[in-house]
Design a protein around this ligand. Structure first.
Ligand code: HEC
Length: 125
């Protein structure tokens, strides 16, 4: 686990991909694919550029949103990236039932999910 976290961090630094906000994700860099053949590698820098639509709800502090009603939202910062990816996949497949998150996850590619997970895992708790 620690090795994987470390390699994710290193990949994020090395590749330093600066995706323009709003653009869809480019395929994983060849170097990333070679380093982690079993899974799509997450890029925290790319994830930061993709989290604009998450921030309204998963924003600090207090972890509350005011839309469509006031309710608390789980904290993502500092979470295990594998957990975050698994959760997003479960929303996408419908294994986890939550209308808002299902709609959001439906629009995310696997690359988007791992990038967002890498970003949130490294974000402040
Ligand atoms: C409209 C508000 C809203 C937006 C926008 C939103 N979320 Fe969520 N999210 C929620 C709520 C509410 C939950 C808790 C749902 C539940 O009970 O299953 C949640 C749950 C999650 C979880 C599971 C957390 C856990 O601890 O199990 C993840 C991961 C997640 N969201 C990621 C994201 C990402 C990534 C984005 C942006 C691409 C995003 N969310 C955008 C409201 C939102």
């Amino acid at each position: 686990m620690n090795r994987r976290l470390l390699s994710l961090g290193i990949l994020a630094v090395i590749s330093g991909v600066a995706l323009a906000e709003g653009e869809s994700a480019a395929p994983a860099a060849p170097a990333a694919a070679a380093a982690a053949p079993a899974a799509v590698a997450g890029n925290a820098t790319a994830g930061k550029g993709k989290n604009a639509m998450c921030q309204g709800c998963h924003g600090q502090p207090g972890w509350r949103t005011a839309f469509p009603e006031v309710y608390t939202v789980p904290k993502l910062g500092g979470q295990n990236p594998n957990y975050l990816v698994a959760a997003l996949k479960e929303y996408k497949t419908g294994e986890r039932a939550h209308p808002t998150m299902q709609a959001i996850a439906a629009g995310l590619s696997e690359q988007d999910m791992v990038d967002l997970a890498a970003y949130y895992a490294a974000a402040a708790k």
